[in-house]
Design a protein around this ligand. Structure first.
Ligand code: ADP
Length: 591
């Protein structure tokens, strides 16, 4: 870790440059050249001033002032165009490097388990990948070339100061040193920590904002205010508190920094008054004085650049650390390629907790689901049903025990094989913006239109297609083509048909639908379930028609299992839930 820390931002970024690396070097060279040429403009200005003062008041004889003015102009234009050429080079390589960083980070995210992505926070992931690579891009495209210029300039300034009048030179350095002192109170390790806290605070707001937007329907339904999203509110407050305290802390140092770096000429004039008194008769002193007044604004300019350089250096180093934090997330290990012999599922002494050493969401569960059978996981909310389903799909790896499909440990199967074998249909399934056909083809990109129509038919979607003029080419999410929750669910079931997975997991698939939709979704599920192993997770026992076996999970443990009839007879938790369900139905009918 410490080795990575010591590596410069430039070499960390250049690792992603590939063959564009030389363009970055070119941009640095051109920037240095442009800075040197800019100094030459001042040297020729000095020559012009020298002649102007020396020849005063008769300029009729031969002189080089016009020639020198042309040369100064030449250097000035040259410096500008060389700088632009440098920027072109730096931009070309910066865009490429930022794009490479994004591609690398996104490919890495694709290798992560869904659980790991959720744990990290999808809003946070998005922000880091987009913003941090953007910070690298700005750094390479603008800041780095400016930085080289800002390093060349002080060297040139010192040479110029020594060559002309060292006393005025030293005096012009006093405000620069004072400016530096102010700057140092704002930079250093504390600044690095502040930058990190700043980024953390923005990330916090970003992540909570994503959660908030997802939860807007709930907020609206229950007439809540933003205060119900206390974490979002807190993240905004944290951000604003941080910004306020940081701004207040930098307030005075910044004011003095600005004053010092912009008052170099005042120091020089003050010094001239002290050194020469009220009558300035020495023409060479006058010449140097004029030259320094013209020349010294470059010092303030350079100091400003140096200040932003150190600030931006910290921003980019923090951004690169954040990208590294994504690259450091461990992808699920690829299995050696074991193939299951059937579609049975076995959990053998499985334990799992979301946080290391935290409460076990699954606590020593063993169960066996026969190939091509239909089973249900039931139990109180928070008992661990969804977690068990996520483990079967390998969204997370188990902490203890193993999960076998057709006798093969899922960790030993190829990820693609497992993915093709298991399909999950969630309660909050989503469709993407695009045509229905495109949405369906996410399950099988080679599916023909006929196959898609067949899947939609089996998933009871005919009524949906009938009302769409463009049929499967209708664009979801545009021109008023929206679907109800039940309709989306059926379309997602059609998508699952196309995937042809042999193991289907329905997580609360029919919850909250109206009777007609629930009926149709049930028909679709029954159709989809033929010759497949089906695991249903349901709070509502009504959706459990035709299941072979029920597993009752409570507090992460398997507390009962058997056919629905056996469990009713046994009189345990299932019976209690069943009785409660019946009385709620009676209550609804009796209303
Ligand atoms: P069920 O599906 O039976 O309602 P879950 O499997 O969703 O139960 O939850 C089991 C336990 O795991 C609960 O205590 C829940 O708070 C916790 N849990 C679920 N998802 C997460 C998560 N993503 N991060 C941390 N804890 C979680």
């Amino acid at each position: 870790m410490s080795k990575a820390k010591k590596e410069s931002n430039l070499s960390r970024l250049l690792k992603e440059a590939g063959k564009y690396r030389f363009l970055t070097y070119c941009s640095l060279l051109l920037s240095a050249l442009s800075a040197a040429m800019a100094i030459m403009v001042f040297v020729y200005l000095y020559f012009i001033l020298e002649e102007a003062v020396g020849l005063y008041p008769d300029y009729s004889g031969d002189n080089n002032m016009v020639n020198n003015a042309w040369i100064a102009l030449g250097f000035s234009l040259g410096s500008f165009f060389v700088y632009i050429a440098g920027l072109i080079c730096s931009h070309l390589s910066a865009f490429r490097i930022a794009s490479n960083i994004r591609k690398k980070a996104i490919s890495h995210v694709m290798e992560l388990s869904i659980g790991e992505i959720e744990r990290f926070g999808s809003g946070r992931l998005r922000k880091i990948i987009i913003d941090s690579s953007g910070a690298g891009e700005t750094y390479l495209a603008h800041l780095l070339p400016d930085m080289v210029g800002a390093l060349v300039t002080p060297i040139a300034i010192i040479v110029v100061l020594v060559v002309f009048d060292w006393r005025l030179g030293l005096i012009s350095l006093i405000p620069a040193v004072l400016g530096f002192a102010c700057m140092f109170t704002m930079t250093g390790p504390k600044m690095k920590e502040d930058m990190k806290n700043y980024q953390d605070a923005i990330e916090g707001v970003n992540n909570q904002a994503v959660e908030y937007v997802r939860g807007i329907p709930v907020v609206k339904t229950f007439n809540q205010t933003i205060h119900s999203f206390s974490r979002f509110k807190k993240s905004i407050e944290d951000y604003s508190n941080f910004c306020l305290s940081y701004t207040k802390r930098c307030h005075w140092p910044m004011v003095f920094f600005e004053v010092f770096v912009n008052s170099v000429f005042a120091f020089i004039i003050g010094a001239a008054l002290i050194m020469e008194g009220n009558s300035w008769t020495d023409s060479s002193f006058l010449l140097n004085l004029m030259f320094y007044i013209v020349f010294t604004p470059i010092i303030s300019n350079t100091l400003m650049k140096v200040m932003f350089m150190s600030e931006n250096g910290m921003i980019v180093s923090d951004a690169l650390d954040r990208i590294d934090s994504i690259m450091g997330l461990k992808p699920l290990e690829e299995g050696r390629g074991d193939l299951p012999k059937d579609h049975s599922i076995e959990l053998r002494d499985v334990s799992f907790s979301y946080e290391k050493g935290g409460k076990k969401a699954i606590d020593g569960i063993s169960l066996f689901i026969k190939s091509n059978s239909k089973v249900a996981l039931v139990g109180p909310s928070g008992g661990g049903k969804s977690t068990a389903a996520s483990l079967i799909a390998r969204f997370y790896d188990v902490d203890e025990g193993k999960i076998l499909i057709g006798g093969a440990d899922i960790r030993d199967m190829k990820k693609d094989d497992l993915n093709a074998m298991v399909s999950l249909v969630f309660q909050n399934n989503r469709l993407f913006k695009g045509s229905i056909l495109e949405n369906m083809r996410m399950a099988d990109k080679d599916a023909s239109e006929r196959e898609v129509l067949e899947a939609l038919h089996k998933a009871q979607c005919d009524d949906i297609l009938e009302r769409l003029e463009e049929g499967i080419h209708a664009q979801y999410g545009s021109k008023g083509t929206y679907f109800s929750g039940g309709e989306i669910q059926r379309l997602c079931i059609a998508r699952a048909f196309l995937k042809k997975s042999k193991i289907l997991i329905f997580d609360e698939a029919t919850a909250y639908f109206d009777a007609e939709n629930e009926y149709k979704v049930q028909l679709a599920i029954n159709e989809l379930s033929k010759d497949k192993t089906v695991v249903m997770i349901a709070h509502r026992l009504s959706s459990l028609s035709g299941v072979d076996k029920v597993f009752v999970i409570d507090e992460g443990r398997l507390v009962e299992s058997g056919s629905p009839e056996e469990l009713l007879e046994k009189g345990g938790l299932y019976k209690t839930m069943h009785d409660r369900f019946l009385s709620s139905v009676k209550w609804r009918i009796g209303q």
